[in-house]
Design a protein around this ligand. Structure first.
Ligand code: HEM
Length: 259
């Protein structure tokens, strides 16, 4: 590897592959639009964080199955911590002038964030599985294979309900699941690990919802009601996704909680 020198000892650049990393931002505009670098870097940064979140979500699933609550909650805490950064990171895109974005936007057609494989993996792995989205990736074998695996595997929601079932809670229907969460919310000291887990799960759901909301506002601020490069109705389409929830019963339990 020439950039590190022959037989070079381990260094920061060598370990983190910085020369390779900073070659990965290939702009399409010609002459290069000033803001295209920011646009690429922010998307790549999101994808790296999605990778880390999926790593933690997978670990959480395994630890839930093994009943290792401390480790599971510890990884969930990492998930929600990263997500907080993802929500606020959208502000960086808002520094891009609308006219600067329009200089290179047409070059992106028909690519779109709609095709973010790892975002869909996160939705599926959390509990929001949608067969239409899986079919949408049929022409991309790499993404389709990953998504199909996640579609067929138990989600975080499935694993959480199985954990409760193993703990002799009734999770046989949506109502029973709501009543189980009400029991845990009513007696946090009796079920401290489960209380913390449902709290982290609802926070994960809330963070993704905040991201969706922040993203649609940024899109409207940038594009108004223009159509998306992926072909959707843009902000109008994105508004239809705002109600998605991974753990609806955990939310609903709050309505039924009484002292
Ligand atoms: C100027 C910046 C951005 C604009 C104008 C924009 C615009 C859009 C639009 C219009 C859609 C709807 C699908 C379509 O027709 O294309 C969409 C979907 C999406 N975008 Fe963005 N986006 C931007 C930045 C980002 C960033 C930084 C991410 C981070 C990964 C992202 C992730 C997504 C995802 C995951 C979807 C699918 C949402 C869903 O279907 O639930 N976008 N975006």
């Amino acid at each position: 590897m020439t950039e590190y020198g022959k037989d070079a000892p381990l260094s920061y650049n060598k370990y983190l592959k910085v020369p390779e990393l900073i070659r990965l931002q290939e702009t399409l505009s010609d002459p290069t639009s000033h803001d295209e670098l920011l646009f690429i870097i922010i998307h790549q940064t999101y994808e790296l964080w999605f990778k880390q979140i999926l790593h933690e979500v997978d670990a959480t699933g395994g630890w839930i199955d093994e009943g290792r609550m401390f480790r599971a909650n510890h990884s969930l805490r990492a998930v929600v911590g990263i997500e907080k950064v993802l929500v606020t990171q959208i502000h960086i895109l808002e520094t891009m002038a609308q006219i600067g974005f329009l200089e290179f936007r047409d070059k992106l057609n028909p690519a779109s964030g709609f095709q973010s494989m790892q975002f869909r993996e996160l939705e599926f792995a959390s509990g929001a599985k949608d067969e239409k989205i899986l079919r949408f990736f049929e022409h991309d074998p790499f993404a389709h294979e990953r998504l199909k695996r996640r579609f067929d595997a138990p989600s975080l929601a499935d694993r959480f309900w199985s954990l409760l079932e193993r703990g002799s809670f009734d999770v046989s229907s949506a109502e029973a699941r709501v009543a189980t969460i009400v029991e845990i919310l009513t007696h946090p000291e009796k079920y401290p690990d489960l209380f913390n887990m449902q709290d982290l799960l609802i926070e994960h759901d809330e963070n993704i919802a905040l991201w969706r909301y922040h993203h649609v506002l940024m899109v409207e601020r940038m594009l108004g009601m223009k159509r998306g490069t992926g072909g959707s109705e843009g902000a109008n389409y994105l508004r239809t996704t705002l109600g998605k929830k991974f753990f609806p019963e955990i939310w609903e339990a709050r309505t039924h909680l009484k002292v």
